[in-house]
Design a binder for this molecule. Sequence first.
Ligand code: TXE
Length: 480
Amino acid sequence: MERLLNFINGELVPARSARWLDVFAPATGTAHAHLADSDEHDVEAAVQAAEKAFPAWNALGREGRSAAMLRLADLIEEDMDGFVADESKDNGKPLALARRVDIPRAVANLRFFATAILHFSSEAHLMDDVAVNYTDRQPIGVVGCISPWNLPLYLFTWKIAPALAAGNCVVAKPSEVTPLTAYRLSTLCNAAGIPPGVLNIVHGLGPKVGAAITAHPKIAAISFTGGTRTGAEIARVAAPMFKKLSLELGGKNPVLVFADCDFDLMVKTTVRSSFTNQGQICLCGSRILVERSILERFRTAFVGQVRLLKVGDPSDPDQDMGALVSKDHLEKVLSYVELAKSEGGRILTGGEQLHLAGELKNGWYMAPTVIEGLGPECRTNQEEIFGPVVTIQPFDAEEDALDLANATPFGLASVVWTTDLQRSQRVARALHAGIVWINCWMLRDLRTPFGGVKNSGVGREGGVEALKFFTEAKNVCIKL
Ligand code: TXE
């Protein structure tokens, strides 16, 4: 079985403990690789390598760093088939989705920040003829990037790219559930001309490697995407050390459907926003709020289309959905279906594990699930499920829709379906969310601020926000 090694100081090395973890293929439920089971000693080696590499990487200047990152993007693109196959195998997502979204987006992340840094500039504040202030934005030094399993290479590169472009050296930890593509990327770094120690990838468990990165006194900033509980733990440890923190956490995103919407486009897109990547995207809409006058029409059309979704072999281009990421996660999602039933919910379709045949018989598949009949206060409508499960709730007036939409501790994304321009603006302003999509979903411009409010996180990623996060602003005042 393939051994996935750490990448420290430009070298592929096993964990110092010489221990290994199993990595599973969700499609078949079988182990397909062994992963370095690292700990604080490996993190320490990575931090030392990063500290040593920092002055030269910074001195390379934005053009030099940009060139190396662009070469890395090219090398990933040249190996597109390999990356796509690995991402699908490791995560259980359809191969076609990895080819259409995950890997091209990872390439785009690297190219975007490699070129954004060339245009990044800072402010000057003139005090009439008394003095001039300018803002000097310097890289922080050594930074930590911790990423989750749902969009593995996409979110890994979304963090390391701005960090590296801004001149930092990185100690990164991909999810232990889906480490394969970050490992594949590490095998290309030397050929891309990224100097040893600039990007270090330490594999292993969150409570060991992630916790060691969080607590390390020489890692001055942490960018994290993952569960809200983990985010709170990272903040608990890092805040008293006064680290910079960017936390992109969970969501319980509402989809507001008004009667005046473009009905067919709305239904088609809502099927996508509910079940893309088996519902395992923090931006998926999981609470569908429908104006009562079209409730029946919506229910019939939506459930009808959901029943047509094909769940099966991720490598078969005919399938719409693959497997859930792990056995534990499947069990967690199924337990929410039981909870929904006990809370009085009616399962309109799905609700069960799917047992496929042959090689796939032990894979972790689940039918797309639609639930109705639950109020806003129940746990099903309050907690992040992060799987192929959505609920439908009716509303009468616009204010009721907003009350329902804002009635959770989360505030990441929301979707509004209406052709009334005034209403769309009003509702967008009143939603407690970091991102509002009007008559669309997942339309992403990498320049825009990305992140959530309330328990969905702290800080914003994307564009200039990310470059600002990965630099420290120093004001220099010169008396004229
Ligand atoms: O996430 P974790 P998990 C949500 C989703 C999911 C739940 C748990 O609801 O069911 O979170 O998923 C590392 N210190 N999202 O368990 O544990 C971990 O190794 C430092 C939403 O996979 O938060 C991994 O690299 N790091 C989400 C990363 O944190 C720690 C995407 C995320 O893992 C750590 C994924 C610790 N103590 C899950 N413990 C989104 N919003 O996109 C774990 N990690």
